[in-house]
Design a protein. Structure first.
Length: 100
């Protein structure tokens, strides 16, 4: 069985970031995408609000949650992302969650 790191090395030679990779994950690297700091939390909370019955139930819940997120909410998250990017640049790449 192929390990995850071996798979990544084979599929993305010299191009993946992470522990034990050629490109180490930068220390104190901020989460700079809406998926990191916003979307996954919402999806996780809503999907796991009750016990998962089986894999099809899980897939259906994820689809339902994703399709129920209003466009305006996504726009606000993206606008917030731009604010985070600008703060990250202003603070030389440091974490920005404490100054938001």
């Amino acid at each position: 069985m192929l390990t995850l790191m071996a798979y990544l090395d084979h599929t993305f030679p010299g191009r993946w970031i992470g522990r034990s990779g050629l490109l180490p994950c930068p220390p104190h690297s901020p989460d700079l995408t809406p998926c990191d700091f916003w979307l996954w939390g919402i999806v996780k909370d809503r999907v796991y609000s009750r016990k998962i019955l089986d894999i099809n139930d899980l897939k259906d819940r994820i689809r339902t949650v994703m399709s129920s997120i209003p466009r305006e909410m996504c726009v606000r998250a993206l606008n917030g992302t731009v604010t985070c990017w600008l703060l990250c640049v202003k603070h030389d790449g440091e974490q920005v969650e404490t100054v938001l």
